[in-house]
Design a protein around this ligand. Structure first.
Ligand SMILES: *Cc1c(COP(=O)(O)O)cnc(C)c1O
Ligand SMILES: [Zn+2]
Length: 416
């Protein structure tokens, strides 16, 4: 377990002893009072070397437990972390990039990046001897929590918008969670979960609320650093809804510097849908010296995992990205769909629309010249296409129906 120092409020800077509060700074309240986990970085710098993580021989995020708030002894058996990274030299060349890597976060037990944050939050719940867990989610955080709660033997209470993709609902029900399909938006489900958790004493894994989730999320960056043998990329791109995933990824890259393991931090870019771009707008306000925290905005996109109008982790997502020298980019739904198809065809990674958004974002940043020729780029692909088959089928032709005869195959091939 890490040299845990405590929790710090992102707004007022007050420090709290580790485990003395669960979610947010009592002075600043939810969202504004988001907390970040602090460690004794100088002690860790003396203790950690480039081979420290490999020495654990663990092929999961518990490999990094010297930089985590909870010991791996509280982990459930489901694996989180240890996802593959793919080198894409041909595509890189075509795009004029020096290198292109795809970090396939869909390769998790519940098929999204959310399993990282969940693994750490559920381990914390076990350590704290909580009896039940809950979360609000656009879908993936919920299915992730339901899976890990099943492995932990926790009752699990889920709040999702009732229009979440059917495959995600199927996962929730299969894992035995109690599912509240809220007749409203994700943002409404979010505040309902907050109130219910308080009333019934459930441990709340919701993004932007639980600082443990960010600690799990950051391990994706630690893996990239290790998998590339310390050769940190120039740019890292990831889709953004609430902002917890990107906040974690930035924290991971930045902490590698704080403990002296890496001298370089990639510019991290958040990718949002044009119709649901509250964090990108907050980033623009921040650059103009105006307050970050947004009012609720409209949220319309087919990319359901990033359909967020009132981001719960905007402060972190804006400041952390600024600290890496990165920024935000928005893309249309058409670009997201095209990006998902190209990613599937060219790399063999089948992503849900939100998961593929970074590919669309990369094409835009290349056109704008923000990502220069020869740059080395990693894309975090956050969720599987199997999560939303309807979304994946958009814009794809129907298969050709034929009688069970070889001539029919001949005929179809002849027509092409
Ligand atoms: C949750 C999620 C995101 C975005 O993460 P936030 O923490 O909400 O910003 C992106 N893609 C997928 C597939 C997700 O499930
Ligand atoms: Zn505070």
């Amino acid at each position: 377990m890490g040299e845990l120092l405590g929790l710090r409020c992102l707004t007022c800077g007050r420090d709290y002893d580790a485990w003395s509060v669960d979610y947010f700074c009592p002075h600043c309240g939810p969202v504004a009072g988001a907390l970040t986990v602090e460690y004794e970085y100088r002690v860790l710098a003396r203790r950690l070397g480039p081979a420290s993580f490999a020495d654990t021989r663990r092929n999961s995020l518990w490999r990094y437990d010297s930089l985590l708030p909870v010991s791996g002894e509280y982990a459930v058996p489901l694996r989180a972390g240890g996802t593959p990274i793919y080198d894409c030299p041909i595509l890189a060349k075509e795009l004029g990039l020096g290198r292109l890597w795809v970090k396939d976060e869909s390769q998790h037990p519940t098929a999204s990046c959310k399993d990282r944050g969940t693994a750490v939050a559920v381990a914390a719940a076990r350590m704290l001897e909580r009896e039940a867990v809950c979360c609000a989610s656009t879908g993936n955080a919920a299915t992730s929590l339901a899976g890990f709660a099943a492995a932990a033997g926790f009752p699990c209470f889920i709040f999702v918008p009732k229009n979440a993709p059917r495959a995600k609902i199927a996962q929730l029900l299969a894992f035995g969670a109690t599912v509240f399909a809220v007749d409203g938006t994700y943002d409404q489900a979010s505040s309902l979960a907050l109130r219910a958790a308080e009333k019934f004493g459930w441990y709340n894994r919701s993004d932007g609320l639980n600082p443990m989730v960010v600690e799990g999320n950051k391990t994706a960056a630690l893996e990239v650093w290790e998998e590339l043998h310390g050769e940190v990329p120039d740019f890292a791109l990831v889709a953004v809804g609430d902002g917890s995933v990107i906040g974690g990824i930035c924290k991971g890259f930045l902490e590698l510097g704080k403990v002296g393991l890496s001298g370089k931090v990639p510019k991290v870019y958040g990718v949002q849908a044009q119709g649901a771009a509250a964090v990108a707008h907050a980033f623009a306000r921040f650059q103009d010296g105006r307050p970050i925290l947004p009012a609720e905005e409209r949220a319309e996109t087919l990319a359901d995992s990033i359909r967020v109008g009132k981001p719960m982790d905007a402060l972190r997502a804006v400041r952390a990205v600024a600290e890496t020298g990165g920024g935000y980019v928005t893309v249309s739904d058409e670009e997201i769909v095209a990006g998902a198809q190209e990613l599937a065809r060219r790399v063999g990674v089948f992503a849900e629309p939100s998961g593929a958004a970074p590919f669309a974002g990369l094409l835009r940043l290349l056109r704008e010249g923000t990502v220069p020729e020869g740059a080395r780029v990693v894309l975090f692909i956050t969720g599987s296409g199997l999560k939303d088959p309807e979304g994946a089928l958009r814009g794809l032709p129907e298969p050709t129906v034929i009688p069970p005869q070889l001539e029919a195959v001949d005929e179809v091939l002849g027509e092409r």
